[in-house]
Design a protein. Structure first.
Length: 303
């Protein structure tokens, strides 16, 4: 700052005190991030010994979940599953509390837990953590958390919630955070299944996996922009727009993929669910379209 620059008149914001229920690997990483940023943190864990190490770092360890909830207005929950959330909070007074649920669950569980919390006088946010514990509090990691539910709660506590990882608010529907989380994880599973099949094809040949890996990564990166085209087709309903390789061509090409797997002595079980879906959509008369229309076959509510 130069000598004649005006001094700031904005007082530094006092770090918000908060309660964290659950000090497993993720909970501990979250607690350390908030403690490192100067936030007073009260923690509770069913097995107290797992919370005790945080006391040496400045956390207050509560004797019960109810005691921990009573300590602060902002209560963050990071437990095993939705059932454990209900069990931990059963005897706690939630009136006037801001409850943020970082526990992994389904969209329906998020909506039900929101109604449960609101009936007990609490504002509620559900969340989906797009990170593993080592990524927490590392700005270079790209970690972020989806939040959905009370917009007022999110707006008030966004700065505090952003300390461990970036925040992305995806709507007032409490189920949307879990839905975004699971949708991305499902896409990841599909990618990993393809990666595993690719390595299975080469594993008994004179091809070094670490030499093959960069080729695989660059290919997947090159194909990733197709996601945008698929989104546009789904939004417009025009599955014949900007086709590079239509469904009929892709089904024909699948024969080579399956034959190669057989030649290499590799099970095709990671491929056949997708190739079978393609064959069904082709048989329904969509050979001149792209593959995005196959989403109709996955919609059980239309059957």
């Amino acid at each position: 700052m130069t000598d004649n620059a005006p001094a700031s008149t904005t007082a530094p914001r006092t770090p918000t005190p908060l309660t964290l229920l659950g000090t497993g690997a993720m909970g501990t990483a979250l607690a350390r991030a908030w403690l490192g940023a100067g936030h007073p943190v009260t923690v509770w864990n069913r097995t107290r010994a797992r919370a005790e190490p945080l006391a040496a770092e400045g956390a207050t360890v509560a004797a019960s979940a109810a005691e921990a909830v009573a300590a602060n207005r902002l209560v963050v929950v990071c437990l095993l599953d939705d059932a454990s959330v209900g069990e931990a909070l059963e005897g706690a007074e939630l009136t006037g509390r801001d409850l943020v649920n970082l526990t992994t669950g389904t969209p329906a569980q998020g909506r039900a837990r929101a109604a449960w919390a609101q009936a007990r006088g609490a504002r509620f946010l559900d969340a989906g953590i797009m990170a593993v514990p080592p990524m927490i509090a590392d700005p270079r990691s790209g970690a972020y958390v989806f939040y959905s539910g009370s917009p007022e709660l999110f707006e008030e506590h966004d700065e505090t919630l952003a300390v461990p990882a970036g925040t992305r608010y995806v709507g007032a529907d409490p189920g949307f955070a879990a839905l975004h989380d699971v949708a991305l994880l499902s896409a990841m599973d599909g990618m990993f299944s393809g990666v595993l099949h690719a390595f299975a094809l080469i594993r008994r040949e004179d091809i070094v996996p670490t030499d093959f890996a960069p080729l695989l990564v660059s290919w997947l990166v090159a194909m990733a922009p197709a996601v945008h085209k698929a989104a546009e087709q789904l939004e417009s309903g025009d599955h014949g727009k900007d086709i590079v390789s239509n469904l009929a061509m892709q089904v024909a090409g699948n024969a080579t993929l399956l034959a190669t797997a057989e030649e290499q002595g590799v099970s095709a079980e990671l491929l056949t669910p997708y190739t079978s879906l393609m064959e069904r959509w082709l048989a329904a008369g969509h050979g001149d379209e792209d593959t995005t229309g196959m989403v109709e076959l996955l919609d059980l509510r239309q059957k």
